[in-house]
Write a protein that binds this ligand. Structure first.
Ligand SMILES: Cc1ncc(COP(=O)(O)O)c(C=O)c1O
Length: 395
C-alpha cells in the first residue's frame, strides 16, 4: 500500500485537520541519526518534538540521552514529569522560573541553564536571591564562521563568547560565585547543522555553501578544542555539546565533543531535504480536508497557513506532500483559513478528501495541533498530546 493510501486508511475515522506521526519512519530516522553519531549520545532537542510522550519514546531508544529544552518553564515542567538530564540551551530571563529552580533541589539537580555573560550571571543571582540549591550552568560559545576580517559571517547570532580567553574568563568568574557551578559547554554551528548543502537548482549557491561549511568545520575543530581546554582549567565539564541534525557526523569527529544535540531529523521536515550527507523519511504530517473547487484544476483545503519561523520566504511554507504534484497559488500561498492548491493532482480530489502536508520545520507543527496520532503500518495505535494539547505553550 502506498503511503497516501496507508495514511488515509489509518485515519479514516478522524476528521481533518489533524496531525500524525509515522512511527516506523521516525524509528528509521532515529536509527540513522544514531549511526551518524558514531557512538556519541544524542541530546534530543525538545523544540523539534514538542510532545512529552514522543520525547519519552525517543529517550527510550538506544543512542539518545538527555533533553535539550528551549525554555526554563518547559524544563521545570519536564523535570516534574520525571525527565532527569535537561539542558536549557538558550538563556533565560525568567526570574520566577529561576527562583523556582533554585528553590527546588531536585529540579536543580536535573536542569542546567545556559549563560554567556557576566551580566547574565548577575541577573541569575539577583533572581535567585540568597543561598539556595546550587545551579548548574552551561557556557554557550559562538560557533559561527567569520572570514574576511569579520566582514563575512555565517551562523546564528548567539553568544558573544568566541575565543578561548573569553570562555576562560567567564568560567573563572563562575568559579568565584558560590551557588553557581559550570558543568557544560555548548557551541552550536547553525551554519552547518541548519543549512542544507544541496539546495535544488542553485548550483553556484550550493558550491558557496559547501566551501563555507568545509572551512567552518576546519576552523571549529581547532577553536572548539581550545575553548574546551581553556574552560577545563576552571571547571569539570560533564558535557560538551555541539551540532544538530544537519551536522551530526561532522560534529562527532571532534575529540572535544562529548554529545550532539539533534531533534529535527526525527520528524524529517521539509527544510531537511536539502543535504547531501543524509536522507530521512517524512514522519510528521498533517492532513487538511478538501472543502471546495474554485476551478476544475484547483481544490481548496481548510487551513494550512502554518509558516515556520526564520527568515520569511516560500521555503518556510508547509509542503503539499500527498498526493504529489500540488502547488500553491502564487498570490495566496498557504492561507489563514483556506488554501487553494493547483496542479494535475487537484483534478482527482473530491470534497472531504485529505491532502497531506509536511511542515517546513519539525516541532512547530505541534503548536497547531492538540495531538499526534501515532501510525504503525496502516493503523493509528495511540493518540498522544502535543505540548499545546497539554495546555503548554512555552513559546
Ligand atoms: C543549541 C542547538 N543545538 C542543536 C540544534 C539542532 O536541532 P535540530 O536537530 O532540531 O535542528 C539547535 C537548533 O536550532 C540548537 O539551537
Amino acid at each position: 500500500m502506498d503511503d497516501r493510501r496507508r495514511y488515509d486508511h489509518a485515519t479514516a475515522e478522524l476528521e481533518p485537520p489533524f496531525a500524525i506521526l509515522d512511527l516506523a519512519a521516525m524509528r528509521a530516522n532515529a536509527a540513522d541519526l544514531v549511526r551518524r553519531a558514531a557512538g556519541k549520545p544524542i541530546r534530543v532537542a525538545s523544540k523539534s518534538i514538542r510532545s512529552r510522550t514522543v520525547l519519552e519514546r525517543v529517550l527510550a531508544m538506544d543512542g539518545f540521552r538527555g533533553v535539550m529544552a528551549f525554555t526554563l518553564p518547559e524544563a521545570l515542567w519536564l523535570a516534574g514529569h520525571g525527565f532527569t538530564d535537561i539542558l536549557v540551551a538558550y538563556p533565560t530571563a525568567d526570574r520566577h522560573a529561576l527562583a523556582a529552580l533554585a528553590a527546588d533541589a531536585e529540579a536543580a539537580r536535573r536542569i542546567t541553564v545556559t549563560v554567556d555573560s557576566v551580566a547574565h550571571l548577575d541577573f541569575i543571582e539577583h533572581a535567585v536571591q540568597g543561598p539556595k540549591a546550587e545551579l548548574r550552568l552551561c557556557l554557550d560559545v559562538d560557533a559561527g564562521y567569520v572570514a574576511l576580517g569579520g566582514r563575512f559571517r555565517a551562523g546564528a547570532l548567539r553568544s558573544p563568547i568566541r575565543q578561548p580567553e573569553d570562555a576562560a574568563d567567564l568560567a573563572a568568574e563562575i568559579a568565584k560565585r558560590p551557588g553557581l557551578r559550570l558543568v557544560g559547554l555548548l557551541a552550536y554551528e547553525a551554519q552547518i547543522a541548519g543549512v542544507g548543502d544541496a539546495p535544488r537548482g542553485q548550483a553556484a549557491y550550493a558550491r558557496a555553501i559547501r566551501l563555507m561549511q568545509a572551512r567552518s568545520a576546519r576552523e571549529l575543530i581547532v577553536r572548539r578544542g581550545r575553548v574546551v581546554n581553556a574552560v577545563r582549567q576552571f571547571a569539570e565539564l560533564e558535557f560538551v555539546n555541539g551540532g544538530g541534525t544537519g551536522s551530526v557526523e561532522l560534529t562527532v569527529r571532534e575529540k572535544a565533543i562529548t554529545e550532539v544535540g539533534a531533534g529535527s531529523g526525527l520528524f524529517h521536515p521539509r527544510l531537511f531535504d536539502f543535504y547531501r550527507r543524509f536522507t530521512g523519511r517524512p514522519a510528521a504530517l498533517f492532513a487538511l480536508p478538501v472543502v471546495r473547487r474554485p476551478r476544475p484544476d484547483v481544490v481548496t483545503v481548510l487551513g494550512g497557513g502554518y509558516p515556520a519561523s526564520g527568515s520569511a520566504g516560500p521555503s518556510r511554507l508547509p509542503q503539499p506532500y500527498l498526493p504529489a504534484g500540488l502547488r500553491y497559488a502564487p498570490d495566496e500561498g498557504a492561507g489563514e483559513v483556506q488554501t487553494p492548491l493547483l496542479g494535475q493532482a487537484a483534478q482527482d480530489l473530491r470534497t472531504g478528501d485529505r491532502v497531506w502536508f509536511r511542515h517546513a520545520k519539525a516541532g512547530e507543527l505541534c503548536e497547531r495541533f492538540d495531538a499526534l496520532h501515532l501510525v504503525e503500518g496502516d493503523k493509528v495505535v495511540e493518540t498522544v498530546p502535543t505540548y499545546r494539547g497539554e495546555g503548554r505553550t512555552f513559546l
